[in-house]
Design a binder for this molecule. Structure first.
Ligand code: CAA
Length: 261
């Protein structure tokens, strides 16, 4: 059904993890229109599937993604780029996904590849991962949120360094800087990501989605508005069966059985 990505699911039938693998391996998963359209469709399909609790987005050992497809855009005029709203037209679909999406990154995550990883909810990196925004070397700047999400993740100093020099950051530096949440040996990457995803699947769906929405709000609002947003969501979760179940299970020293409502 898809030509540039692979999809599969893992986990128990009731709560599965949707796994999307970018699959333009020879081109180091360079991101073209077809891939971004297919990625958007696959994410939306998993998001709408009640048996899916979490998603993982990954690439190949050598490259998560080496950026937007340079061959596809090299000949663009300003009008080409502007009229089709390149690069957001089909790139920001991931932002409308309400269930968590974990990026499992090995190899290069450059340009749009780094930006795509940053659009996910958190990044687990293999020890061979390399992150960068090398667009400056092509005479352009990041166009899918790199100059906005990178400083939010690593602060101004490192974001400026990366955007202006185009240098790469290895996995150790990326973890130290707050860009990735964990670094693991390459051969443990998918186990680690799957373990995290299954843990998320085991929690109540409504509180998981609320937590994602509330953390994301921190990047869109001032502190007072953000805290109020969080408080209202927190209060609303007392209307869920999963809150009753979670607290009853704790008080009775048993494992909760969430019904995801
Ligand atoms: N677009 C199109 N093709 C790409 C590509 C890209 N971003 N990155 C790699 N490829 C292709 C190469 O052209 C090469 O194809 P051929 O075998 O047909 O020659 C193949 O993938 C393998 O790449 P290399 O031979 O270059 O592999 P390497 O190991 O020597 O180098 C690399 C790896 C350092 C990642 C290098 O490929 C590279 O620098 N790639 C470009 C990275 C880049 O500039 N990304 C930013 C793109 S702009 C952008 O993303 C804008 C935005 O903000 C969204």
């Amino acid at each position: 059904m898809y030509e540039t990505i692979l999809t599969r699911t893992e986990g128990p039938d009731s709560r599965r993890v949707g796994i999307i693998t970018l699959n333009r391996v020879k081109q180091l998963n360079a991101l073209n229109d077809q891939l971004m359209d297919e990625l958007g469709s696959a994410l939306k399909a998993f998001d709408a599937d009640a048996s899916i609790g979490c998603m993982i987005l990954t690439g190949s050992e050598k490259a998560f993604a080496a950026g937007a497809d340079i061959g596809a855009m090299a000949g663009y005029s300003f009008a080409d780029a502007y009229n089709q709203d390149f690069i957001t037209r089909n790139w920001e679909q991931i932002r409308s996904i309400r269930k968590p999406v974990i990026a499992a990154v090995s190899g290069f995550a450059l340009g749009g590849g780094c930006e795509l990883a940053m659009m996910c909810d958190f990044i687990i990196a293999a020890d061979n991962a390399k992150f960068g925004q090398p667009e400056i070397k092509l005479g352009i700047i990041p166009g899918a949120g790199g100059t906005q999400r990178l400083p939010r993740a690593v602060g101004k100093a490192k974001a400026m360094d990366m955007a202006l020099t185009g240098r790469m950051m290895d996995a150790v530096e990326a973890e130290r800087s707050g860009l990735v949440s964990r670094v693991v040996p390459l051969d443990k990457l998918m186990d680690e990501a799957l373990g995290a995803a299954l843990m998320i699947c085991g929690h109540g769906q409504t509180s998981v989605m609320a937590a994602k929405e509330s953390v994301n709000r921190a990047f869109e609002s001032g502190l007072s508005d953000g805290v109020m947003f969080e408080r209202r969501l927190f209060q609303s979760l007392f209307a869920t069966a999963d809150q009753k179940e979670g607290m009853d299970a704790f008080l009775n020293k048993r494992k909760p059985v969430f019904v995801h409502r």
